[in-house]
Design a protein. Sequence first.
Length: 374
Amino acid sequence: MGSWAASHRIVDDTVSRPVMSLVDEVALIARNELAPLAAAIDAGSIYPAEVLRKLGRVGAWGSHMPQEGPADLRCAIQSMAAIGEVCGATAFMAWCQNTLVWYAANSTNLKLASRFGNGFSSGRLLGGTGLSNPMKSFFGIEKLKLKGRRVDGGYVVRGALPWVSNLGQDHFFGTIFEREDEPCNIVMFLADCSDPAITLQPCKPFLAMDGTGTYGVQFRDVFVPDELILADPAGPFVKKIRAGFILLQAGMALGLIKDCIDIMEEVDGSLGHVNRYLPQQPLQFRELHAELEKEAMALARDPYNTDDSFWRRVIALRLRAGDASVAAAHAAMLHCGARGYLKGHRAQRRLREAYFVAIVTPATKQLRKMLADG
């Protein structure tokens, strides 16, 4: 995996040593305990629940929680990148968990935040985010798939979401429904996967990411008590958390790109004499990685910034990160040649994971639409 954490101690000299020691600890767990599982996670034969819980116990899911108002996502992104150097699927699950923490930590429902905040941030409770459909709906790509109606003490929700990740029978996730009794009004809530009215349906095999606990989720008149409401109405809440939602994804890209650079450099000794004729070289990606990281760290300092210019920078960074992930993985495959084409080689795994970075919500085409729409 290399010494990502050690080599990045000076990314930002305002980051304290305890923060950086957390990244080092996450990197150590990733290298020693996650790396041996990466192939099995990729194949879908295991879901790394215990590794996710251990990462939570050392603090990986709690560094971005707001502290007396402000929030800072830098350490969370760096920790996710350290995980992503080893396994892109687990970096994605880390994003799911971090996003779930982000929802609870920012909720105006203080009882919910108190009840779940520590459980989510410590990894004792695992879960994900069901905002793919809502995020598309906000920009005119899809209609909301969940509908809810007000009843005494809460709401009754029905509908289905095709893909929600980092789930299991004892997991939670945050998502949004549209009120049937007040069309165009939306409510964000925590879904409890242990509810008998919620069904998790296994998905067909993916190109990658089969070990990420991804399911189709059906809501059959699920009673959602007020205690599980994150925000009602959800519009202002979504505007507050949306930059963090997208910025945290930078960790997936940064880790993957870094490992693709390592792959290219690992074959330089035996193939450098011919690889030097390829148009894309490790140095170019190292410089690109540094640019993306610098921009991510600058934006991550201020995730609650509501300026339009800030929001466009977040979208532009996410778009560049997805494009760079695919480009770096493509270059790594070409540098490896036939050996990278072997089914067990991590270069081809990285290429499949890179396409996921480019298509996970918000996907490349949605990001371009968002920038075009202004």
